[in-house]
Design a protein around this ligand. Sequence first.
Ligand code: NAD
Ligand code: IPM
Ligand code: MG
Length: 362
Amino acid sequence: MKQIVLLPGDGIGPEIIREARRVLESVAQAYEHQFCFKEALIGGAAIDATGQPLPPETIEACLTSDAILLGAVGGPKWDSIDSSIRPEKGLLGIRKELNLFANLRPVRVMKPLINESALKPEVLEGVDLLIVRELTGGLYFGQPSERRTVDGEDGVVDTLVYKKSEIKRIVHTAFEAARKRQGRVLSVDKANVLESSRLWRETAIEVGKEYPDVLLDHMLVDNAAMQLIREPKQFDVVVTENLFGDILSDEASMISGSIGLLPSASLNDRGLGLYEPVHGSAPDIAGTNTANPLAAIASAAMLLEHSFGLIEEARTIETAIETALINGYRTNDLASDSKKGITTIEMTDAVIQSIQKKAYLS
Ligand SMILES: NC(=O)c1ccc[n+]([C@@H]2O[C@H](COP(=O)([O-])OP(=O)(O)OC[C@H]3O[C@@H](n4cnc5c(N)ncnc54)[C@H](O)[C@@H]3O)[C@@H](O)[C@H]2O)c1
Ligand SMILES: CC(C)[C@H](C(=O)O)[C@@H](O)C(=O)O
Ligand SMILES: [Mg+2]
């Protein structure tokens, strides 16, 4: 029996993870699989219960699981505590502990949303891109990272470190992904300013020689941010370092229609995966049963595909999401009148209904 560790976390995290679990249970029932769920603490919830954002029991549970599904961490309650035990440290800690260096963030435009976006339909038509974000290096982890006196006044230092081997492995991930897609990799950097970006670009070119069948191109990150909105269909696989990937993926979420739609997979080289929505804990709507659960549900689909090899089941969830949207279901983040959206639970019910119908027909 496959074991899935659930890390609900904070804010809307527990609400959307509860719904993603219901969807996984409905898939298990429809396709006669058995999934066993185990919950563990992370983030602010873990700080409240144990004093630390990533308790050892959570790491242990993840290491002995077949896959991990995470909600979100953080919130105003923990914003002013000691920075070494912030909720976000729990998330960064689990990524580092499990060596989850490859973060895949697919961005698609679903037909039922194409006329409702802030962007024009002709800009959105046919967009299907994958952001491959390096997740365990760069500014997020470099040392020193501290307040210090600089020229006699309060100052600060954050450090950006990459080993060539870390750049190589994530670029390989991007090329491998491109081979299964449109065969194009765009490496995004800031090589006109940063030494780290110059090594990044050189390494991308070096790795690219091993993939003569894949087209490699480069773009500066500021231009990439602009091009994502101007003409998103030019992109296939976009590979970039940790912080650039964080920012570009939130931007790209608006191509799909809402941050509440974007899933992600964070993978290591031993086949273990952690799956989570790209969005955060959304403290402004936490506890109101209005969060969009579709990013968490789509993350569960990525889990089935990447960790369990259950491709048909993953496609069934993705089709069920699209069907719910075709049938007009919208949470507040997608509704034209933000007071008229359906609830988190109602959206999940719509997805489950469609999964059951599909399973019944096949
Ligand atoms: N992976 C993670 O755990 C993660 C990711 C990003 C931010 N965070 C944390 O979350 C907290 C809040 O951060 P933020 O406000 O900058 O980003 P956020 O993604 O939580 O929210 C940004 C905006 O998007 C909306 N939103 C997000 N997810 C939604 C959903 N599923 N349905 C409907 N609306 C949704 C929110 O209501 C808010 O208006 C911070 O503590 C931050 O550190 C955690
Ligand atoms: C919460 C934060 C540490 C995290 C990140 O910056 O990686 C989040 O924004 C994300 O995109 O997963
Ligand atoms: Mg982010």
